[in-house]
Design a protein around this ligand. Structure first.
Ligand code: AMP
Ligand code: ZN
Length: 113
């Protein structure tokens, strides 16, 4: 089981930012910005953005609906970034598709996570 599947299963503790029947969002253990939340599907069905197609677009849509909801709840009106690291060369370390929400001063910098 990958680390995110273990978090979904409750085998590894996490600080949850959002949860519904198919989406989980947790605060990143190694934050790269004042607000750093990782959104994932509960099911390990895709590795990264490259795997998205018409057959699985619904869960991606649900993730982005959750992102917008959390961003509003947290009052991120100054803006935020959404990042998907796709592949090792892009810095991907967990092979369970996820989207980073970064906000705050550092999140607005040029640096990639
Ligand atoms: P990526 O490098 O895009 O694959 O992102 C994986 C992210 O998961 C990194 O930012 C890690 O800090 C984060 N991460 C790894 N393990 C945990 C954990 N147990 N709880 C919260 N975040 C984690
Ligand atoms: Zn997984």
């Amino acid at each position: 089981m990958c680390v995110f599947c273990k978090i979904v299963a409750g085998e590894i503790p996490s600080k949850k930012a959002y949860e519904d029947d198919s989406v989980l969002a947790i605060y990143d253990i190694n934050p790269q910005a004042p607000v750093h939340i990782v959104f994932m599907p509960k099911e390990h069905i895709l590795t990264c953005a490259d795997d998205i197609d018409a057959s699985n677009a619904e869960i991606i849509s649900k993730i982005f609906v959750a992102i917008a909801k959390v961003a509003k709840e947290l009052g991120l009106s100054d803006g935020y970034r959404i990042i998907n690291n796709c592949g090792a060369a892009a810095g991907q370390t967990v092979q369970h598709i996820h989207f980073h929400l970064l906000a705050g001063k550092e999140g607005m910098s040029e640096s990639m996570i």
